[in-house]
Ligand binder design. Structure first.
Ligand code: HEC
Length: 247
């Protein structure tokens, strides 16, 4: 088992050095500023499967002993290989090697966290698999702009984006411009998604078209002064009391 994991780690290491994005990520991670803080986020993005807490703590122990970038990189590889070894059901996780645009889009949607803001229940710890990407039940308050929650981005023609063209979807994701001309609130990460390559943006569209349509009209958005009907992330001044968890 250990030998197999080490063999897999060597293979992964070879793959990592071929891939400049991984190299960029590794150099970021080993920079003083970010330290190891990004390291755990690399585990699910490998798509290797569900990572057990023991794998993470073993990786952290290894990392804390690491003296340089190389050792740290190796420890991450071992952690990924370990995660692969304990792989359970990986249905909701993308494949590490995304061969088709739909697979690539799936991978990007998972690592970009679209699910977090676009699936109801996510922020309460219970994302609803029946309404995957079907519109969030939690909004973000942007002072002066209103309250905005992730919309239904499934191919449902009536309540989702099924009637939008590919170009319209790409424009919304990368520039925040809706087909009706409204500019999306910047809590939707289009300033970051602006950096997607064209191929990646198109792959995301291909994946979004491949998922089941969910007929769900998400509430909102709400203008300033309008009564909000959903839970909301708010910006509060320092000194306020932290809210209790909703019942
Ligand atoms: C931090 C939360 C967040 C994340 C992450 C996020 N979104 Fe959004 N998204 C939003 C919110 C909020 C809106 C609605 C904003 C508004 O109404 O002004 C939105 C709107 C959209 C819209 C426009 C839908 C419509 O009907 O107006 C699309 C398309 C979209 N998001 C796709 C994506 C994709 C694809 C990803 C991942 C690559 C993603 N979003 C990640 C929060 C998010």
């Amino acid at each position: 088992m250990a030998g197999r994991a080490r063999g897999a780690a060597a293979m992964l290491a070879a793959r990592l050095t071929q891939n400049s994005r991984w190299d960029d990520a590794n150099s970021l991670r080993s920079s003083k500023k970010l330290g190891n803080s990004l390291a755990p986020t690399i585990l699910p993005s490998s798509g290797a499967g569900i990572t057990s807490p023991s794998t993470i703590s073993a990786a952290q122990r290894l990392r804390s002993r690491a003296l340089g970038g190389t050792i740290m990189r190796l420890s991450i590889c071992i952690a990924i290989a370990g995660a692969a070894a304990v792989t359970a059901a990986a249905t909701l996780l993308p494949k590490a090697r995304a061969e088709t645009p739909v697979e690539r889009g799936h991978y990007l949607v998972v690592v970009a966290g679209c699910n977090d803001c676009h699936t109801p229940g996510f922020f309460f710890g219970k994302p609803d698999p029946e309404k995957y990407l079907g519109g969030s039940d939690v909004g973000f308050e942007i002072p002066g702009l209103g309250v905005f929650n992730g919309r239904n981005i499934t191919p449902d023609k009536e309540t989702g984006i099924g009637a939008w063209t590919d170009e319209e979807i790409v424009a919304a994701i990368t520039t925040g411009k809706r087909p009706d001309g409204r500019q999306l609130a910047p809590i939707m990460n289009y300033p970051a998604f602006f950096n997607l390559t064209k191929e990646d943006a198109v792959a995301i569209v291909a994946y979004l078209r491949s998922i089941p349509p969910v007929n769900n009209k998400a509430p909102g958005p709400y203008k300033p002064g309008e009564k909000v009907t959903i839970f909301t992330f708010s910006i509060l001044p320092p000194g306020h009391e932290a809210a209790a968890a909703p019942k």
